[in-house]
Design a protein around this ligand. Structure first.
Ligand code: GAL
Length: 843
């Protein structure tokens, strides 16, 4: 096999290790050429295929542990209802080895527990309850007043073959809400309090080899971390990892690059861990793969002796000639394969995706990606979605990012916590920049540990362009806050010298933490921005949180009784701004790097300006299902690249004949002419970052907007007075999904009239029936005051729309979805569950 020229690793400097080779003069990935057998599948038949093939080619096994769990609610205060947990008995002691409660042992009978698959959020399954402060958290009975619904137990029984003896076995949780107590084969293993930080435990000593094992997790969601809905349970993936004693440390590969002219220098740091009693002579070799399956650039490091139970860091580097850069429009990804040998034998291989790009902030000119100015057109988002709460299948992450990309958005802020790995994978793949935020602003051990886990786990994602160390913190303006954040920044810089840090501050700019962070984050209060810039002209600035506009999809007036706000872009709390107001402000100031609107999607909780019966927010540009509100098109017009013309409201106003209705258009064309029933109501010029509006005396029929560019009509939009609902129509988001038991299609239901027009006020109750190779995992309609269950097979339409999330089974074939509603015509549609390589998972 021909190789790049190999040079020895120089420990003291990241010295040149490979001669320049054009990224495309490469070795094909085939067993014949590369005896390490990376298959073509590896190279890009989708994320699952890549992972599987990577796992097959590696001595390491990373197995998804999501399927076939058992679940039961326990009790936060009554041991008798918590399976005896916490009773003052011998078997409840923590310190006595192997005598942990019965449900932690393999012989416990859990047949009465419910069979579930992860990710799982039990909060979303609970009824809505009105109690003080609950609407702020989504109206679900979690907390000290609700001990009977605040604790959940999870059990998973699995076999480990006798051949696993001698390997290192660990379990990795991407996130559990909250306070997870992990037990294995009757032994107490450990606890994790954070609801968002990834964590892992080594199970090697506790495993039964050639026998059954039981992993038990008690999850206590009594205490929350935020002021919004946070879910409850093992709502992210769980992995079981088996490695040789000599292996890459967890999150032990760090890739960064420096672009120099037309080439790039890629630095790879690999931490090798020797979990054996012998000295081991270890070597590390890296090679790179393009996204279309070509392997190149093999480089190795000088071998080193790693002491028993010790760690050694290997630094390697390679030059890329004419690398394809990662950008918003062309999010090009490479992979680095890191092979570890011990005494000449391959013991581990990991695959890490990365991107080559430059990022920088300029205090006068804002943010630059690959040396090009890029205004951040961002949204803040929480992580929950209709139907499933916080437990999103991976494809829903992509669905959400795609909706935001279509709007012209180029960035997300993961307010106010680290996201899932799959969210970041989607952002990497789709070209969405990310401000990644830690949950706890503190330099206490917990705060630093959460920060470290976030950065180590996520620092290779090219989408992340800045770390956020907190949000609107009490200590943001104090010397104590400055000391805490100094410690956090020190850690962030050590773990990832390639990115700056910021803090989302809502006051005290110029004091405390302001002097510590590299980039000043502004939450709201734009009136202070110019003065800050004048006083601190060398500090770059970004709108870490803006907007907080209220709007309910399809509602065009205030409706306090139902808890709805008008969808015109006119409502925001006193500290906040409408879409048009904040964006005009930010767009006109080149020194501002851009900003993040609160929020992209509606989320559960924070139903401002209302409370019960309202239980979801109105801040979203899209609702909880991902249905766009009218303001979506404002952003699309001024953030996106394509011509936009959007006319609203709908034209169904019986009883309002002769009364004035505000008619708005969002557009980026030169002018718009409005017609009512064929008669022109005049042409209006469209100013940059604005909208146009008319007062129109209502008469049933149609309003029509004709948008012109360069003197000719480019787009037209019509809103017609519809008839009564006569039928349902189904629109599957994806007509083909992978038969891997995970993939999801968002199936939208439209309530239509006899002419096939969506009836914009329809609220018909829809029943779903799914047959064949799929199942419904949740339903929703985007109504922020709706108390119908998310789980089940019914949902009312809200303003003409509702949806079901349809998930594949691990079986090929058709999934038929039928939707029916009393008195109108039913609809049905089939989607295909197609052959897919399911991810390697535990049997
Ligand atoms: C901000 C806060 C967000 C959200 C928002 C609502 O102050 O950071 O989490 O509460 O207000 O306007």
């Amino acid at each position: 096999m021909s190789r790049w020229s190999r040079r020895k690793f120089l420990k003291t400097s990241l010295a040149a290790s490979a001669s320049a080779v054009a990224a495309k003069t490469v070795l094909p990935l085939s067993g014949a050429v590369d005896t390490r057998a990376v298959t073509n599948e590896y190279a890009g038949a989708g994320p699952h295929a890549v992972q599987n093939a990577g796992a097959n080619a590696s001595p390491r096994e990373r197995l998804l542990l999501d399927f076939n769990w058992r679940f039961a609610l326990g009790h936060a205060s009554d041991p008798a209802k918590d399976f005896g947990f916490g009773a003052m008995r011998r078997e409840a002691t923590f310190a006595k080895s192997g005598v942990f409660p019965p449900m932690a042992r393999a012989d416990f009978d859990d047949s009465a527990w419910r069979r579930i698959d992860l990710p799982h959020d039990w909060a979303v399954e609970l009824p809505f309850v009105n109690a003080p402060l609950l609407p702020e958290h989504g109206g679900k009975p979690l907390g000290r007043e609700f001990p009977e619904t605040s604790v959940g137990w999870y059990r998973r029984v699995f076999d480990l073959p006798a051949s696993d003896a001698g390997k290192r076995i660990s379990v990795e949780f991407d996130g559990v809400f909250r306070h997870a107590m992990v037990m294995f084969n009757g032994h107490y293993i450990g606890e994790e309090f954070s609801g968002y930080a990834p964590f892992r435990f080594d199970l090697t000593d506790f495993a039964n080899y050639g026998d059954k094992n039981v992993l038990t997790v008690r999850v206590d969601a009594t205490l929350g971390e935020g002021w919004f809905y946070e879910g409850a349970g093992i709502y992210r993936h769980v992995w079981l990892t088996k490695t040789n004693p000599v292996h890459i440390a967890p999150c032990g590969v760090y890739v960064r690059s420096e672009v120099r002219g037309k080439s790039a220098r890629v630095f790879v740091t690999a931490e090798v861990q020797n979990e054996s009693d012998e000295n081991r002579k270890c070597g590390v070799e890296i090679s790179f793969a393009t996204s279309d399956g070509w392997l190149f650039g093999i480089t190795d490091a000088e071998s080193a002796t790693v002491p028993p139970w010790g760690r050694q860091t290997f630094d390697l580097a390679a030059n890329f000639d004419n690398p394809q850069l990662w950008s918003s429009e062309n999010p090009h990804l490479y992979s680095v394969l890191v092979d570890t040998t011990a005494d000449g034998t391959l013991t581990d291989r990991t695959e890490t995706k990365f991107g080559i790009r430059t990022i920088r902030f300029d205090p006068d000119k804002g943010f630059f990606l690959n040396d090009q100015p890029l205004k951040i057109k961002g949204t803040c988002n929480h992580q929950d979605h209709a139907g499933i709460g916080a437990a999103l299948p991976d494809s829903l992450q992509s669905y959400r990012i795609e909706r935001l990309k279509e709007m012209g958005s180029n960035a997300c802020r993961t307010s106010h916590n680290p996201p899932t790995p799959e969210f970041l994978d989607a952002c990497d793949r789709l070209g969405m920049l990310v401000m990644c935020e830690t949950r706890m602003m503190s330099s206490n051990p917990e705060g630093l540990s959460q920060l470290e886990r976030m950065i180590r786990r996520y620092r290779n994602h090219p989408s992340i362009f800045i770390w956020s160390l907190g949000n609107e913190e009490r200590e943001q303006g104090t010397p104590r806050g400055a000391r805490m954040v100094t410690s956090m920044k020190r850690l962030a810089n050590k773990l990832d010298p390639s990115r700056l840090v910021t803090m989302a501050m809502n006051g005290n700019w110029g004091k405390g933490v302001s002097g510590v962070v590299d980039v000043q984050g502004f939450n709201y209060y734009e009136q202070n921005i110019d003065a800050f810039h004048a006083q601190f002209p060398k500090q770059p600035m970004i709108g870490s949180e803006t907007a907080s506009h209220f709007m309910t999809r399809g509602i065009y007036g205030t409706d306090k009784e139902h808890g709805y706000v008008s969808a015109y872009d006119v409502n925001a709390p006193s500290y906040a701004k409408t879409a048009e107001a904040w964006w005009k402000f930010y767009d006109s100031r080149p020194f501002l790097a851009g900003g993040f609107a609160w929020t992209g999607f509606d989320y559960r909780g924070e139903p401002s300006p209302y409370s019960w019966p309202c239980i979801s927010s109105h801040f979203g540009i899209l609702d909880t299902c991902g249905f766009p509100k009218d303001t979506y098109f404002y952003y699309q017009a001024w953030w996106g690249a394509k011509p936009v013309l959007h006319l609203f409201p709908h034209w169904n106003w019986p009883g309002k004949e002769g009364q004035e209705i505000s008619v708005w258009c969002h557009s980026n064309l030169d002018s718009v002419e409005l017609f009512l029933n064929g008669a022109s109501l005049g042409v209006k010029k469209m100013d940059r970052n604005s909208h146009v509006e008319w007062k129109v005396k209502y008469a049933p029929g149609a309003i029509e907007a004709r948008g012109s560019k360069d003197g000719r009509v480019l787009l037209t939009e019509i809103r017609e007075t519809t008839g009564e609902p006569t039928a349902l129509r189904l629109r599957p988001g994806r007509a083909k999904i992978a038969a891997d038991g995970e993939d999801v299609s968002v199936v939208v239901v439209e309530v239509v009239d006899a002419k096939g027009r969506i009836v914009p006020t329809a609220s018909n109750e829809v029943s779903f029936r799914v047959s064949g190779r799929g199942r419904i995992i949740g339903v929703g309609n985007g109504d922020p005051s709706c108390h119908e269950p998310d789980k089940g097979e019914q949902r009312s339409a809200f303003n003409g729309l509702c949806m079901a999330l349809v998930q594949s089974l691990k079986e090929l074939g058709a999934i038929r979805i039928e939707a029916s509603s009393a008195g109108i015509e039913s609809a049905s549609v089939a989607i295909q569950a197609e052959a897919a390589t399911p991810r390697a998972s535990m049997a």
